[in-house]
Design a protein around this ligand. Structure first.
Ligand code: ACM
Length: 534
């Protein structure tokens, strides 16, 4: 938001003919210009890079061309212009006129089919940088690559002297996995729409394409449900530590979806059931087996709550909630939780999941559950999210692998690798440590394709980095835990296994530090990463 306002005032100044004095002409800094960022120095590592020829230099005459551009391609061009204008001070007009110079975003055309729904090709030379893709999502991901190839100062909010060069050559790039997610727990602590949007912008930088919102838990229900209004108004009225909590109105939720979609992220909403339901049980007495509503809960224990599996009201509730949630969620997936149901008998758990999965299907969606779902009967097409860690027993792992062999797709979120809420080490102040400390290398250095023994590599649908918020209540907390680990999980989701190399990765990661400084992202300066001096 701040950026947009700034851009507006820059344009006003430029329109008044006063703006150019503040910005040096494009050639001015050339002599002392540092080398352009090598094409392979980005995160996630591109699938293929061929460096050759002259660099492209952005200047005050540069146009962003969207030849024959569809509305969506023009929107991506507008997004790119919005990224580049503040720091460069250039006008960067977007035009649908074809031409051989400038930044060209080209949708369709020869050779783009093989790039898939999200891939792109970026070609850079003296006259132009061209990003081509079969689909707008590919253009958007190509724009994120382009952004990282420019100096970190491009992320700043005010115009500055710079040589805005992009090294010559070609990148051809497409993702390893279709599902590349990040989860935000907005239940243990509530985060506002603005806070979620800021995180979405950060996820988009690393080509994450799913935002999983953990919308309900013992400590708070965070989404308005018209047919059960007290879920939000009462069940959402507090959070861990006893603060005021909050919830998203349906308009709030749609705004998050819209903002995410404009950055090619799909929202995956989670209603965690049958455990993790104290906020719902507190809101409606009839949901409880004994007919009595428990008090709201603001602690951090898990496993003490359960929906009442034998009761009819339970399924009225589930049907209403999933119907309303499906109606306002354009994405294909509804996450039904299913973890840590320690107060539900195994038989009840299986009964419950057998009844609830068809409700998800009835409303046209595909169910995702935490991997305990594999201990019941995962529906055809269901997805299980594995969150085990190095101490998870062999039988539990085997159960997940067996389900995978039977067709259940897997999202991998091993807690001792991908959980962004684990402490980095014993000295870092925020987070939990039940899965151990998760340093930056540990978080990055594993292979999703071979992680779960006996699960077929092609059962892996993707990876996700969950961020649980028992100890996190501010944007600064989110950023401190997500950076620098989030880009590593993003790279595991996007880049071919052949690019995987910690020694190379940590250098690329270090180069992100100045970019985060420019963006105002407060990250943990882990001693594992060779950051440039500030
Ligand atoms: C979980 O961490 N209980 C999914």
């Amino acid at each position: 938001m701040r950026r947009r306002r700034l851009l507006f005032s820059l344009l006003l100044v430029a329109a008044a003919g006063l703006g150019t004095a503040a910005v040096p002409p494009p050639g001015a800094a050339h002599a002392a210009a540092p080398a352009a960022t090598p094409l392979d120095r980005v995160i996630p590592a591109p699938a293929s890079v061929h460096s050759t020829g002259d660099a492209y230099t952005l200047g005050d005459r540069t146009r962003i061309r969207v030849p024959g551009g569809s509305g969506e391609a023009r929107r991506v061009a507008g997004y790119l212009a919005g990224l580049l204008r503040p720091a460069t001070g250039f006008g960067l007009p977007v035009t649908t006129k074809d031409g051989r110079d400038g930044i060209v975003l080209r949708l369709g055309g020869s050779g783009t089919k093989g790039l898939g729904a999200e891939g792109y090709r970026l070609t850079s030379g003296a006259r132009a940088v061209t990003i081509s893709a079969a689909r707008p999502a590919g253009l958007f991901h190509g724009v994120q690559t382009l952004r990282q190839l420019l100096p970190a100062d491009v992320e700043r909010e005010s115009a500055r002297r710079g040589t805005w060069r992009i090294a010559g050559g070609t990148i051809a790039d497409s993702p390893r996995y279709a599902y590349r997610g990040a989860m935000l727990d907005v239940s243990r602590h509530f985060f506002t729409v603005a806070q979620v949007k800021r995180y979405i912008d950060q996820l988009a930088m690393y080509k994450i394409n799913k935002l999983h919102l953990h919308l309900s838990d013992d400590q708070g229900w965070r989404i308005a449900i018209t047919s059960w209004p007290r879920l939000a108004t009462y069940g959402g009225s507090t959070q861990v530590g006893g603060g005021p909590g909050g919830y998203y109105t349906k308009d709030d939720y749609r705004e998050i979806i819209r903002y995410a979609a404009a950055r090619y992220l799909t929202v995956v909403p989670e209603i965690d059931m049958p455990g993790h339901t104290n906020a719902a049980l507190a809101s409606y007495a009839p949901l409880n087996c004994n007919g009595q509503a428990p008090p709201l809960y603001t602690g951090t224990q898990v496993g003490f709550s359960s929906l009442c599996v034998p009761k009819k009201e339970t399924y009225d509730f589930v049907d209403d909630v999933l119907r309303e949630l499906a109606a306002m969620t354009p994405g294909r997936y509804l996450h039904i939780g299913g973890d840590e149901a320690h107060s539900t008998s195994h038989a009840d758990y299986v009964t419950f999941m057998d009844k609830v999965q068809p409700v998800v299907a009835k409303y046209g969606k595909t169910a995702i559950g935490w991997h305990q779902l594999t201990g019941a009967h995962p529906a055809k097409g269901a997805v299980a999210q594995y969150w085990g860690y190095d101490k998870t027993g062999a039988a539990e792992r085997r159960q997940v692998a067996d389900a995978a062999r039977n067709g259940t797709r897997l999202i991998l979120s091993p807690a001792d690798r991908a959980y962004l809420d684990m402490k980095y080490d014993k000295n870092t102040p925020l987070g939990l440590a039940w899965a151990g400390y998760v340093g930056v290398q540990r978080s990055y250095d594993w292979d999703p394709g071979s992680y779960l023994k006996d699960a077929p590599a092609d059962s892996v649908f993707g990876v996700e980095a969950p961020l649980w918020s028992e100890t996190l209540s501010t944007t600064a907390h989110i950023e401190y835990m997500a950076f620098p680990r989030l880009p590593g999980i993003a790279e595991l989701g996007w880049s071919p296994a052949s690019t995987h190399d910690w020694d190379d990765y940590k250098v690329r990661l270090a180069a992100q530090g100045p970019r985060w400084d420019a963006l105002g992202i407060g990250y943990y300066r882990s001693p594992e990463v060779p950051w440039p001096a500030k």
